[in-house]
Design a binder for this molecule. Structure first.
Ligand SMILES: [Fe+2]
Ligand SMILES: [Fe+2]
Length: 214
């Protein structure tokens, strides 16, 4: 039975890696296999960003500025490369897909190594046994599961909800300066008006960024 953060997340890394083991990008099932890998990796990253990292940072604020900040930046790079591979596979461009995947897997190997050797053990050290158990139980029960991205962004969702459900909108929110507005607890429409931004214009850009396949 898994008892530590390190063991649970390390095992998840292994299972995710196995989904693309030996994958050849010119095979007819490459897209299907890579999409399954993508979904599992998104779920994993979502667990880290929405549950594990915030809990660890509450107990050890120094982690936020150090290893957590580095991992979050790498997640964005990982997401960008995944999209490059998915886009190439959907266009039938196996060569670009293989090239993107080579870069993705190299970054991922390095990223996972650092998490397993540095960040997860630090999380295990900073969270008490009870909180660690509660967090793992929440994940096991489906807590923090990556939400469906099918629905559009609406003006009623809060800034935090949009950033959390549609990670690719974060760059748009940052560009309009509404990402950290009042802790992100206000609806997008209200936050836009507070910053002198046209809500409909912002909504359009958010939905363009959040659209599947982007
Ligand atoms: Fe990660
Ligand atoms: Fe990870």
């Amino acid at each position: 039975m898994t008892t530590t953060i390190t063991e649970f997340f390390e095992q998840d890394h292994k299972e995710i890696d196995a989904l693309v083991e030996g994958l050849t990008f010119d095979s007819p099932r490459a897209l299907e296999r890579f999409e399954r890998f993508d979904a599992r990796l998104e779920r994993h990253i979502h667990w880290e960003e929405s549950l594990l990292f915030p809990a660890a940072a509450r107990h050890a604020p120094q982690l936020q500025a150090g290893p957590i900040g580095v991992m979050l930046a790498e997640h964005e790079r990982i997401r960008d490369l995944k999209e490059i591979v998915l886009d190439a596979l959907r266009r039938g461009d196996a060569r670009t897909a293989a090239d993107g995947a080579r870069r993705l897997f190299a970054i991922l190997a390095d990223h996972n190594f650092k998490e397993e050797r540095i960040l997860y053990p630090a999380c295990d050290g900073s969270l008490g046994a009870a909180e660690r158990g509660a967090l793992l139980a929440e994940i096991g029960a489906g807590g923090g599961r990556a939400p469906k991205k099918a629905g559009p962004v609406t003006l009623e969702l809060t800034v935090n909800e949009v950033a959390d459900r549609y990670p690719r909108t974060r760059a748009v929110l940052a560009r309009y300066g509404v990402d950290l507005c009042c802790g992100g607890v206000h609806p997008i429409g209200m936050a836009a008006r507070a910053h002198g931004v046209d809500p409909e214009e912002l909504l359009g850009e958010l939905n363009a960024a959040a659209a599947p396949g982007r």
